[in-house]
Design a protein around this ligand. Structure first.
Ligand code: AMP
Length: 327
């Protein structure tokens, strides 16, 4: 029997940080390695066009993300790993969905409202229709399960609305999708631990996976720990969460206990964490550098992935074209 299809993507926004890793990619690698699923993971470069990057920046970010995902364990053999724009069917299906989706549904998306504020000088149509492309991404591969964060819930509901609209108008073809909202750690900013770790806050707020221990040390030294008024400060909680993820159980238990009884020395915790994160990603850094130094190999990986994805996408589009009457 065919394994259930799992589908997920990530935008090329530059070097991955530990929030992206713990909140998304680590889970992908675990799902892949469980052997229970037919996994599709992709780099959402069409989506990144709605943002502000130049062409050169975008090209570099796509290459880097591809190298980083492979270095983190995405296996191009067992997984279909590809770049969205290498499979033109994504935009073709998006256009067909564009023509059945009510604008009012798009205008109420909270991400559209947020992004319109974030880039008020560039409120392009792509920001509005982005969830339609997302619906096309997903539905081309007819997956059963979509591992996503809660922030994508509204978009996935829209995807199911599009399924209903399409099927009603052109005949039952697409199936409803089921998001899986795995409880994944939410990593907070080092400097403003009330906010989610994000590069948009500034370089000092994040730890990138490719950073050397000396860079990690410098950043952690500046990380906020205690706050006025006592109680467990969010900064301290965040560092302990990271130690739990990247350090030994023994180290975590020791620091968690000393934090509770108030004897913790944050300097020691930061040193332990620097060592743990540095060690955890040592092999990753080497593998990443190797892949980036060998663009031909990376190109080959992505080409193979695009071919595999395209086979499935082309079959879906053949049916869709007939259903809507353009073939
Ligand atoms: P973004 O580029 O911000 O959309 O992030 C890509 C993926 O990483 C998404 O699946 C996010 O849920 C996840 N992610 C981003 N930042 C964090 C964070 N600080 N903690 C946990 N997960 C995160």
């Amino acid at each position: 029997m065919a394994k259930p299809v799992i589908f997920s993507g990530i935008q090329p926004t530059g070097n991955l940080h530990i929030g992206n890793y713990l909140g998304a990619v680590k889970n992908w690698v675990e799902l892949q390695n469980s052997g229970q699923y037919d996994c599709y993971f992709f780099i959402a470069d069409y989506h990144s066009l709605t943002g502000q990057d130049s062409a050169d920046e975008r090209r570099t970010k796509i290459q880097t993300l591809a190298a980083e995902l492979v270095a983190l364990g995405i296996d191009p053999e067992s997984t279909t790993f590809f770049v969205q724009s290498h499979v033109a069917e994504h935009t073709e299906l998006a256009w067909i969905f564009n023509s059945i989706t009510p604008i009012a549904e798009l205008q109420r998306m909270t991400q559209f409202k947020d992004k319109s504020v974030q880039q008020e000088k560039n409120i392009n149509a792509g920001l509005l229709t982005y969830p339609i492309l997302q619906a096309a991404d997903v539905l081309l591969y007819r997956p059963a399960l979509i591992p996503v964060g809660k922030d994508q819930e509204q978009h996935l509901e829209l995807t199911n609305d599009i399924v209903r609209l399409f099927n009603k108008r052109y005949g039952e073809y697409f199936q409803m999708i089921k998001p899986i909202f795995t409880e994944l750690p939410r990593v907070m900013s080092l400097l403003e631990p009330s906010k989610k770790m994000s590069k948009s806050l500034g370089a000092g707020h994040v730890i990138e996976l490719c950073e050397e221990p000396t860079q990690i040390e410098t950043k952690l030294k500046k990380a906020v720990t205690a706050t006025e008024g006592g109680g467990q400060a969010p900064g301290a909680a965040n560092l302990l969460l990271l130690l739990k993820q990247f350090g030994s159980a023994e180290a975590y238990n020791t620091f968690a206990k000393s934090e509770k009884d108030g004897t913790i020395r944050y300097g020691d915790l930061k040193q332990e964490l620097t060592r743990s994160i540095g060690d955890y990603f040592r092999d990753f850094r080497a593998r990443r550098a190797e892949l980036l130094a060998n663009p031909k190999q990376l190109h080959g990986i992505l080409e193979t992935g695009a071919r595999k994805a395209q086979k499935v996408a082309a079959a879906t589009m053949q049916t869709v074209r007939q259903l809507v009457g353009i073939r």
